[in-house]
Structures are given as structure tokens and as C-alpha cells.
Design a protein around this ligand. Structure first.
Ligand SMILES: C[S@@+](CC[C@H](N)C(=O)[O-])C[C@H]1O[C@@H](n2cnc3c(N)ncnc32)[C@H](O)[C@@H]1O
Ligand code: SF4
Length: 385
């Protein structure tokens, strides 16, 4: 009798601190009040890794992602401790992809070099814009020269696998301003570019100002034109548009995020981290003080269960996440993974959307019509369970 090989595992580790909150951001992070906290937090992570890993000793970890917040607030020694603990406690794939998110305000050449020595092999840099007045408006702590210096350091260290994050739809941003950003990013020769449309929660300072009428969003047609321009320009530069907001040089997709979009299991470590293994989505305690208090007692914090997906919910998630990939989804693969064929639940919807050319079906794969990428939610929302 053959035994099923458990699927590979991804690790997401949340570093929930930032120098200060950016004016647009509602991610789970707090301004760092005292840098000593980082040592305590690293200690808590080491304990969580040690306690959590044994349940996963049959799995191989093939991607690790240190996200935030601002993981680059951790110094080289702290990242090294975390990486060593992961190596000591989990089975790592030889070719494991390890990404760390960095804010240009927090890194210098020595720190980048130490991250690399610690085993980080992919860096994701939060640039947002190459125009200083945009950065000031966003409440960023870094300026353009800091991002340029960080990339120069990366190149000098021979570090080619890095991503740049940009945001479009910024207050007052023109098409020319956005094109300037794209050109500035491409000139730095990244392996990967993420270009996000500004999303504002009303609780953020910029969101409040929008509600108060202090500035106006660009019309949808202009935002759509910026999105189209991103795809056109990046493909001219030799990048593959592989996910709605993501572009990479051939073969340099973010494997960690691909694992999310393909519904692979991932473990969440750190305060506020979400994980999803065996269809159970859980979240670690928040705020960080609560998380650290539990770990100090030497026990694992209870992950709060966010949902336990049944077959129909699994299928819904597989379609919504998978259709974000420009290569689309294989219906047979999803059927195998979810225990239910997408056609059994969505047959009439799929036929209707193919008929309307919202979806394209070929060779057993289903994908979004590229003309609808910018308004993808209007299609994907029909797959919500
Ligand atoms: C966790 S942050 C990256 C690392 C670091 N915290 C930083 O900002 O430099 C992930 C990325 O999400 C994007 N992001 C955050 N909030 C956003 C928002 N409200 N709208 C659009 N993109 C956002 C930014 O591009 C940011 O770089
Ligand atoms: S955008 Fe990044 S640096 Fe700014 S508050 Fe959010 S997580 Fe922190």
C-alpha cells in the first residue's frame, strides 16, 4: 500500500512592528515603541517554532516569508536566530525560497548582507513611489534616495532576486507620474514588480481625508488606463504578467504567493499571523503582548479558528484565488484537491461566463479574459460560496 505524501508546507512569519504607521495602511502592525521589544518578540518566535514544528515533521517546507509590518526592523542577528530555529526544527527543501519584506528606511548594506548570510534569498522592498512628494503624502519614513541606495546595495551584494512594491492611484497622481514610476522601477532591474491599486480603509488618515472630501480619487477610467499601461510597459521590458498585480522575469515568480493562490497549506507564526492547514484557517493572538505572554509560559498560543472549510467552500476559494493567476486554473487539479469538480457547483456559471467571453476555456484550463483583469472582482465575486 502506498502512503500519500503530505503536501509541501509554506511558512508565513509576521513581524507586527513598523517605524510608524503609513497614512494609508491598515495592515496588522503597530509603531515600535521600544526597540528592546524586538528581542523579546524574536524570543517568542523561537519558542513558537520549537513548539509548533513537531506536528509537521512529515512535511517539507519549500517557501518561507517574513512579512509585516516591517520585518527589516529585525537586525541580522535576530533574523539569523529565527532562520536557524527554522532549519533546526523543520525539514527544509534544499531549494527553499526565503523572502523578507523590507522598508528602505530600515536597511543598510551590512544588514542586507547579514540577511543573506542568514539564508534569506529573496527581498521585497516597499518603494511605493519614486517621487518624494508622494512618499511624504503617504507618510512613508523613507525617501527616493533611500530606495535607490538599497537597490544599489542589493546589486553590489550580487543579490538579483528582489521585488519592488509600487502603489498607483495615489492622491493627485497623473498618468505621467505613474509612467515615471514604472520606468524608474524597471531601470533598477528588479526580478519582480508588484503594482497595487491604493486601497483605503476609512480608519486610515488618508481614507478619512478622502471621506471628508479633502482630495478626490482619480476616475475609474484613469485607474484602468494606469493598470493597462503597467501590463503593456512591463511586458515590453520582458516581464511576465503572472498574477493580477504581479510581474516577474521568466521563472522568478514569488513561489510563496503562488502557493497561496494555488491553495497550498501554510503555517502562520507570530502575533496576528494567519495560517491554513487541512482546511482550517486560524489566526494567532493579537496584540503582540498577548502572544508573547502565552509563549513566555512555554505553551503554544491557541490559534483562533477563523473557518473550517467544507468542500464547497474549498472549491469557492480555489476558483477565486486560482483565477487571479493569468495562466488560470486546471479544473481537474481543483477537483482532485477539493474533492468536488468545479463543474458540479459552477457548471452553468462557467458556461455563461465562457459564452460572454469573461472566462476563456482551453485545454482543460479556465482563465480570466485579460480585458477584465482590472475589474476582476466583478467576475470573481460570482464564485463566492
Ligand atoms: C507589508 S508591506 C511591505 C513592507 C513594509 N511594511 C513597507 O511598507 O515598506 C506590503 C506592501 O503592501 C502594499 N500596501 C500596503 N497597504 C496598502 C494599501 N492600503 N493599498 C495598496 N497597497 C498597500 C505596499 O505596496 C507595501 O509595500
Ligand atoms: S505600509 Fe508597510 S511600513 Fe507602512 S505601516 Fe504598513 S506595513 Fe508598516
Amino acid at each position: 500500500m502506498t502512503r500519500d505524501i503530505p503536501p509541501a508546507l509554506s511558512l508565513y512569519m509576521h513581524i507586527p512592528f513598523c517605524l510608524q504607521k503609513c497614512r494609508y495602511c491598515d495592515f496588522l502592525s503597530l509603531p515600535l515603541s521600544d526597540s528592546n521589544l524586538l528581542n523579546d518578540y524574536t524570543g517568542a518566535l523561537l519558542t513558537e517554532i520549537r513548539l509548533k514544528a513537531p506536528a509537521f515533521n512529515e512535511r517539507t517546507v519549500n517557501t518561507i516569508y517574513l512579512g509585516g509590518g516591517t520585518p527589516s526592523l529585525l537586525d541580522g542577528a535576530q533574523v539569523n536566530k529565527v532562520m536557524q530555529a527554522i532549519r533546526d526544527n523543520f525539514n527544509l527543501d534544499q531549494d527553499v525560497e526565503t523572502t523578507l519584506e523590507a522598508n528602505p528606511a530600515t536597511v543598510n548594506r551590512d544588514r542586507l548582507s547579514a540577511y543573506r548570510d542568514a539564508g534569506v534569498n529573496r527581498l521585497s522592498l516597499g518603494v511605493q513611489s519614486f517621487i518624494d512628494s508622494d512618499l511624504a503624502c503617504l507618510g512613508r519614513r523613507h525617501r527616493v534616495k533611500d530606495a535607490l541606495k538599497t537597490v544599489e546595495d542589493l546589486h553590489q551584494l550580487g543579490w538579483s532576486n528582489f521585488n519592488l512594491d509600487l502603489i498607483y492611484g495615489l492622491p493627485g497622481q497623473s498618468m505621467d507620474g505613474w509612467k515615471y514610476n514604472l520606468e524608474a522601477a524597471a531601470a533598477l532591474q528588479p526580478a519582480h514588480l508588484s503594482a497595487y491599486l491604493l486601497q483605503l480603509d476609512p480608519v486610515t488618515p488618508l481614507g478619512r481625508e478622502l471621506d471628508q472630501g479633502l482630495w478626490r480619487e482619480a476616475p475609474d477610467e484613469q485607474l484602468a488606463a494606469m493598470y493597462q499601461e503597467t501590463g503593456r510597459f512591463m511586458s515590453e521590458q520582458g516581464f511576465i504578467h503572472y498574477e493580477l498585480s504581479n510581474y516577474c522575469r521568466p521563472g522568478l515568480e514569488c513561489r510563496h504567493n503562488l502557493a497561496y493562490w494555488r491553495g497550498r497549506p501554510y503555517l502562520g507564526l507570530g502575533s496576528g499571523a494567519v495560517g491554513c492547514v487541512n482546511d482550517r484557517r486560524t489566526i494567532n493572538p493579537w496584540p503582540p503582548a498577548d502572544y508573547m505572554d502565552v509563549l513566555k509560559t512555554g505553551v503554544l498560543p491557541p490559534g483562533r479558528v477563523l473557518e473550517v472549510m467544507n468542500r464547497r467552500e474549498r472549491l469557492s476559494e480555489a476558483m477565486i484565488m486560482g483565477l487571479r493567476l493569468t495562466g488560470g486554473v486546471s479544473l481537474e487539479e481543483i477537483a482532485g484537491r477539493c474533492g468536488m469538480h468545479p463543474r458540479d457547483k459552477y457548471g452553468p456559471l462557467i458556461d455563461e461566463f465562457v459564452e460572454r467571453a469573461w472566462l476563456i476555456e482551453s485545454c482543460g484550463k479556465l482563465r480570466l479574459n485579460p480585458e477584465l483583469y482590472f475589474v476582476s472582482n466583478q467576475v470573481l465575486c460570482h464564485f463566492i460560496d
